[in-house]
Design a protein around this ligand. Sequence first.
Ligand code: URA
Length: 294
Amino acid sequence: MAVLQDLQDYLEYMEVVGFENLVLDESPFAALLAEYRQAAAPSPRPSAVPPPARHAAPPPPLPAAERKQAKSEKPARPKAAANLMSIMNMVQGPLLEKEDNRAKAAAIQGEDKIDCLRKTYQTFHQCQACALGTTRTHFVFGEGNPDADLLFIGEGPGFDEDRTGRPFVGKAGQLLDRIIEAMGYRRDKVFIANIVKCRPPNNRKPLPDEVAACSPILEKQIEYVNPKVIVALGATPFSWLKGANMSITRHRGQFFNWRDYMVMPTFHPAYILRNPVAKRDVWEDMQKVMAKLK
Ligand code: URA
């Protein structure tokens, strides 16, 4: 149980540096992993990721690869800070910051994919790296099909998302669902994530330090899901992907590459709710996306 030991050590380290009452908690991927293993068809595909469960059963047994790793692990393990590095490396992996991450990401398949996402969730779901951690009700990790071809990125949880722990479930989310369906998909066939995982007070835009603190999570989600196309919903995800403040009005509808991923910037559904004529633009953009996914 090398990973659990590392998580425990990590929590101990966090307590040493001042974060108290941290516990190992259930992952939203536990049910998915169990379901995936049960299906055991010749080439099973994982289904939708359920929303985070807060205080549920203990995590599922570790997959074979980790058990093997645990066996071959040297018995003496450095603690605290050194172990923080080891767990961050293990969870964030060598993929981060790599331009040529596509091939490596593609090599992570099926159960391993779910497991990578699960570990990422477990590492960060009690994150206090920025002030949003102190005001949130739920950490909104994101959800969907870990094998999705299409990944949507929003800005951050609002009131309904904070209350439920699920992304895009309020009015903007209902509109996003309709857009997804009009594209011939279902919500559980795509992956939906946000730039920040905790609600900014009064739905204000996330601050640069909040975005920076959350970035590693989204980077890992993108790499593990490894979608064919990413849709950036509004200026916040668009600017994050571009690494500069960008106007969505000027650039929407034009594909660009982030690392090796094709990205389509378009208006946020909340913007369409305020400016219904923008729906036509979004639909044009989504048709371009659909053409890439054929
Ligand atoms: N707006 C977002 O950007 N994300 C959500 O999850 C909900 C509303």
